[in-house]
Design a binder for this molecule. Sequence first.
Ligand SMILES: Nc1nc2c(ncn2[C@@H]2O[C@H](COP(=O)(O)OP(=O)(O)OP(=O)(O)O)[C@@H](O)[C@H]2O)c(=O)[nH]1
Ligand SMILES: [Mg+2]
Ligand SMILES: [Zn+2]
Length: 311
Amino acid sequence: MIKEKYGKVVKGLGGLYEVRIDDGGSVSRLACRAKGVLKRDETKVLIGDNVTVSIDGSTPDGIVISRISERKNSLIRPPLANLDYIFIVFAAAKPSPVIETVDKLIAIAVHNSITPVVVVSKSDLGSDAAEEYASIYRLAGIDTFVTSSEAGEGISELSDYIKENVKEGRTSAFAGASGVGKSTLMNALFPELTLATAEISRKIERGRHTTRHVEIFDIDSSESTGFLADTPGFSLIDFARFDFFSLEELLPTFPELLPYVGECRYADCAHVGEGEDECAVARAAAEGKIAPTRLESYRSIYRVLKEKTSY
Ligand SMILES: Nc1nc2c(ncn2[C@@H]2O[C@H](COP(=O)(O)OP(=O)(O)OP(=O)(O)O)[C@@H](O)[C@H]2O)c(=O)[nH]1
Ligand SMILES: [Mg+2]
Ligand SMILES: [Zn+2]
């Protein structure tokens, strides 16, 4: 007899998945593979997928993911489905951030209806720099935290925010460049996790990236828990090509620009090089209402997308 269960894919390594099953409050994890068609690139199972697992007790390999429920969204990097929040982590220093990459990730999040939250980590290595970066994102209307796992700064504030917002089955992820301290921060926020961080992995020589796979954790043990994923850090090359959406879709991914776009002198103003007397967006940036780095990132992405559409 074939039984069906319904759950969430929380981990996947070499084609072997772990599906979190919640049977009315009693949580278990099933190890299983995916049905043939769900192994192909276009239809592959993603971590975060809500799936049906078919259990056929009559065969040894009888537990398989047989169906993927419709996704709310899915990302290529980090490779996750059904995200509600993404915590974009970058360090005040070591490594110093590439702001344009941060802005690209925010744009991708907004485009996919994922709430972006900015976390400036390692504030112990530069508290002025951390506050300066934070002010850019607060001005953009994005929830922003300054943290140091080393000094304990901002940990309880971020933990409260996560518990208040990421609950009732909502799913979130930490994303950011390798070495910014994502796993360390997750350990500081949720001490019961004990994830591997750089120091540990150096000893066992796993190479530069410490976290090698995406894994989703329960935030607490209540029935209304939310989920939080740790992800492997990406490199800059991952965002060098930018084709996650089209030129027409770019503007709404920078929401703080929207109040000004109708006020430019020319209706077809692209806000990319026009002077302050013509472009209300440029004017707002000059007046300190929009962070100059955000406008620079907008313009840079605009140029890349423009080039793509013009051949
Ligand atoms: N000074 C300082 N160092 C930190 C802090 N948080 C993490 N680190 C160090 O930064 C290094 C990288 O930390 P990880 O947590 O492994 O970084 P990660 O973002 O998970 O990296 P990947 O898994 O490769 O993506 C480790 O040596 C940590 O000890 C912090 O708040 N302050
Ligand atoms: Mg890590
Ligand atoms: Zn303009």
